[in-house]
Every structure is written in structure tokens, then in C-alpha cells.
Design a protein around this ligand. Structure first.
Ligand SMILES: [Zn+2]
Length: 256
């Protein structure tokens, strides 16, 4: 049976209520920092945030992808006692208007995830200002794809060993890896695309959050995509498995 919380996955007030409880239980600081379509946008962060080694998680920049916002809050609820020991910056829903209206875009029909090159959109300008002094060891963007046939991942190409296969593998307990060799005109290998930043391309299609973070802030960047036509409990479970595996791996690297 689908837990009742998932049936309210477009209820932004309820989502924020759940995050307030997480903030209380975990000691994370929760603040609103901007608005989209008249709705406040929040971040949560550790009380003492180091300048380096932070874990950045964001969801809900596309409002028709509720698996991401649900996975993020459910993961946080499941781990509220250990969250305080992690250096965290979380954006639980970057496009509340979109979530409420089941829309990819904001109230002015803009795809915010193609606009990180601009400074005139308040929520993106404020987000960039907030993170300006910070460096992330990991940035996770939680997305969904209504054409998806399974889980797939964009991984920022770095000199480091790739984690993509390990992440699709932990998700496979809940949802198979998307078998398509080409997704969104890109060649995927076992559900993983290693992204190199091609500025010319991004100037044309618009700069997404993940590319902005890869360019300026983060050591490792992943965009997780679950298929939004699949059952929500499985999508949430698959995304949580990936978040847990990423956090475990960052921890392992930090304690070496
Ligand atoms: Zn998306």
C-alpha cells in the first residue's frame, strides 16, 4: 500500500510542515530565502557549516517530478537523528509553484533549470549568493522523467573514479536501470552519462543547476532521474537508496 504521505506529494504546505519537524528533530537550521509564484522557498543547513566538504541536495526545481521532493523529505525523516553529524545544505523544493501546479516550469513559464546563467530570477540569484563561499564534496539533484524506462543518472565527469554504476546498482532493488542507449539525445552506458561541461552547448540550451555546480562549486555532481510513470513508493525508495549510498561514500572518503 502507498503510504498516505506520498498521496500528498503536491501539497507544499504539508511538505514544509514535515521539513519543520525534521529541522526540530535534527537541529538543522531552516530558513526561507526567496519566493516562486508567491510561495516561500526554503533551505536547511547544518548549524555549523564548514566551507569545504559540504553535501548539497536539491529537489523540486521541476514541479512535475514529485518523486524527488518526496524522496528528500522521507530520507531526512528516516535519518533525522544522524543529519546533525553531516555537513548539509538542502533545498527541499526550489519551485513550490510548480509542485503545487504539477508544472515543470515556474509561474512565468520558465524552466528554472535552464536559467542558471541569469541573475535576474530572484530564487536563482539568491541561491547563487547563498552558496557563493561554499564548496561541496557532493551535489545531488533529484529529478524524474515521464518518458523514463528506469533509473538513470547524469554524473559530472571528473578525474575521480565514477560512482554512477554503484548508484544505479543500489537503486535496482526498487527500479531497474533505464536500458535505453540514448536518452535526451545523449549516449548512456548502463544508465549513466558522464557529463563534460560544454559551455557552447549550455549557452544554447541554458545552464542547469548541475552544470553550474560542476563549474563553480562541487567535486562530484549527480542528477538522479526516476521514471515518473512508475509507482511513487518505488521511485522514492530508489532515490533514497542512492542518497544513502552517496552519503556513505562521502563519509568513507572523509574519514580516510
Ligand atoms: Zn527534472
Amino acid at each position: 500500500m502507498v503510504p498516505t504521505a506520498f498521496l500528498r506529494s503536491h501539497d507544499y504546505r504539508y511538505l514544509i510542515k514535515r521539513w519543520r519537524s525534521v529541522a526540530r528533530a535534527s537541529g538543522l537550521v531552516m530558513r526561507s530565502f526567496s519566493q516562486v509564484g508567491g510561495y516561500p522557498v526554503y533551505f536547511l543547513r547544518s548549524r555549523k557549516l564548514p566551507q569545504f566538504g559540504i553535501i548539497y541536495i536539491s529537489a523540486g526545481i521541476h514541479g512535475d517530478e514529485p518523486g524527488g521532493t518526496e524522496a528528500c523529505i522521507t530520507w531526512a525523516e528516516q535519518n533525522s537523528e544522524t543529519l546533525a553529524s553531516l555537513p548539509l545544505l538542502i533545498f527541499p523544493c526550489l519551485n513550490p509553484w510548480g509542485l503545487i501546479n504539477n508544472s515543470r516550469n515556474d509561474d512565468q513559464r520558465r524552466d528554472l533549470n535552464r536559467m542558471f546563467q541569469h541573475d535576474e530570477i530572484p530564487v536563482l540569484r539568491e541561491l547563487k549568493r547563498l552558496i557563493q563561499p561554499l564548496r561541496f564534496s557532493l551535489a545531488l539533484m533529484l529529478h524524474e522523467d515521464y518518458d523514463g524506462h528506469g533509473v538513470y543518472i547524469y554524473e559530472g565527469r571528473t578525474g575521480l573514479e565514477s560512482w554512477g554504476d554503484a548508484l544505479t546498482s543500489v537503486a535496482r532493488k526498487f527500479i531497474a536501470t533505464d536500458p535505453r542507449p540514448r536518452i535526451e539525445k545523449r549516449v548512456f552506458r548502463n544508465g549513466v552519462f558522464l557529463r563534460k561541461i560544454r559551455l557552447k552547448l549550455f549557452e544554447k540550451i541554458g545552464l542547469p543547476e548541475a552544470a553550474y555546480l560542476q563549474l563553480h562549486h562541487a567535486e562530484r555532481v549527480f542528477t538522479i532521474e526516476t521514471p515518473s510513470e512508475f509507482a511513487i513508493d518505488r521511485r522514492v525508495a530508489a532515490q533514497i537508496a542512492i542518497i544513502n549510498e552517496c552519503v556513505r561514500r562521502v563519509h568513507k572518503t572523509r574519514s580516510k
